[in-house]
Design a protein around this ligand. Structure first.
Ligand code: MEV
Length: 330
């Protein structure tokens, strides 16, 4: 592989949804936080375009190919190396983090004098997520990875945090508009413990399953609206720094996600194991497998309980930095 020196290095965080997954696809509010775990891409000059030693291929690397074509089409070829500690396909936003980090690195190479264009980058990463999820994707993952901190997405401008931008998407169910806001969480000694079931459940399938359930029984939109109401309550608690109430809302959100059919026995068993030592616990992301999250003041104890129940854990503080250049050309 050679001893090339990286010309540019960029990294972006994964995300964890505290409230509102699935319902956010239908315009209900949702809240996500950037986690400590990051994905890093380093780019070095090379004879041909490659990703971790294999040739850049539109089928295998659609996001990276799109970004290369947008910003570095006529540039000399480069070798990309991707590393980090966000498990892939587990609901922690690794694909959005990949788009964010690669996008920041390539944009920097094409315009070294300009800073990171967070609006443009998160719009691009959202389009890539929508492409992968058959047209049904909220801007949640993309904006959280790009912006960092806490991100609130809703169909209206909320009176919390700082409004960032509007996102629009034509989904199979119609036009959607989301208002994206950024928030700094109140400081406290609370942690997220993420428990990975190791079960693979593609987001596109989970999202399609909810769409089918709603098509079969349109009155189930009430369940989606109920998730939105809990998300709004959880958000108000988060803004106040009332983490006990945040945890309570997370556990309530889980009951509705379970009813919606997006939980799984493996997720339920990790959530149950975490419950005694945490403020609240729920699945995070699309469900069906992937990860659960517990909010806790005793991360060691919660992590041990989840591991005993068969999950692999990661611990994170709440609200970490967004995409950044770790090594730049100038
Ligand atoms: C996936 O991380 C979250 C979902 O709500 C899908 C989306 O928002 O695009 C299930």
């Amino acid at each position: 592989m050679g001893e090339e020196t990286a010309v540019v290095v960029a990294s972006a965080p994964g995300k964890c949804i505290l409230f509102g997954e699935h319902a956010v696809v239908y315009g209900e509010p949702a809240v996500a936080v950037a986690i400590e775990q990051r994905l890093t891409v380093s780019m070095s000059n090379a004879g041909t375009w490659s990703v971790d030693g294999s040739a850049l291929d539109n089928q295998k690397h659609p996001h990276i190919t799109m970004l290369r074509n947008a910003w570095l089409k006529d540039a000399p070829p480069m070798a990309l190396h991707v590393s980090g500690d966000i498990p892939s396909a587990s609901g922690l936003g690794s694909s959005a983090a990949l788009s964010a980090a690669v996008g920041a690195a390539m944009h920097h190479l094409s315009n070294p004098s300009k800073g990171i264009d967070r609006d443009g980058l998160s719009a691009f990463a959202h389009r890539a997520e929508a492409h992968a999820q058959e047209g049904r994707a909220s801007p949640m993952d993309a904006s959280t990875s790009v912006e960092g901190g806490v991100v609130v997405v809703s169909d209206r401008k909320e009176s919390v945090g700082r409004w960032l931008y509007t996102r629009r998407l034509t989904t199979p169910e119609g036009e959607r508009t989301w208002e994206v806001h950024g928030l700094k969480p109140p400081e406290d000694e609370v942690y997220l413990v993420l428990g990975n079931t190791g079960v693979y459940a593609p987001t596109s399938q989970q999202v399609a399953m909810v769409a089918q359930a709603l098509e079969a029984a349109p009155s189930r939109i009430q369940e989606i609206q109920a998730i939105g109401a809990i998300a709004r309550r959880g958000l108000a608690a988060l803004v106040k720094g009332d983490y006990e109430a945040v945890g309570h809302a997370m556990s309530e959100n889980q009951l509705l996600l379970r009813n919606l059919g997006v939980s799984s026995p493996e997720l339920e068993s990790l959530i149950q194991a975490a419950a005694p030592s945490s403020l609240g616990a729920k699945l995070t992301g699309a469900g069906g497998g992937g990860c659960m999250v517990a909010l806790t003041r005793d991360p060691k104890q919660t992590s041990e309980a989840i591991e005993l129940a068969g999950g692999r854990t990661l611990i994170s503080s709440i609200g970490n930095g967004g995409v950044r250049l770790d090594k730049s050309v100038n």
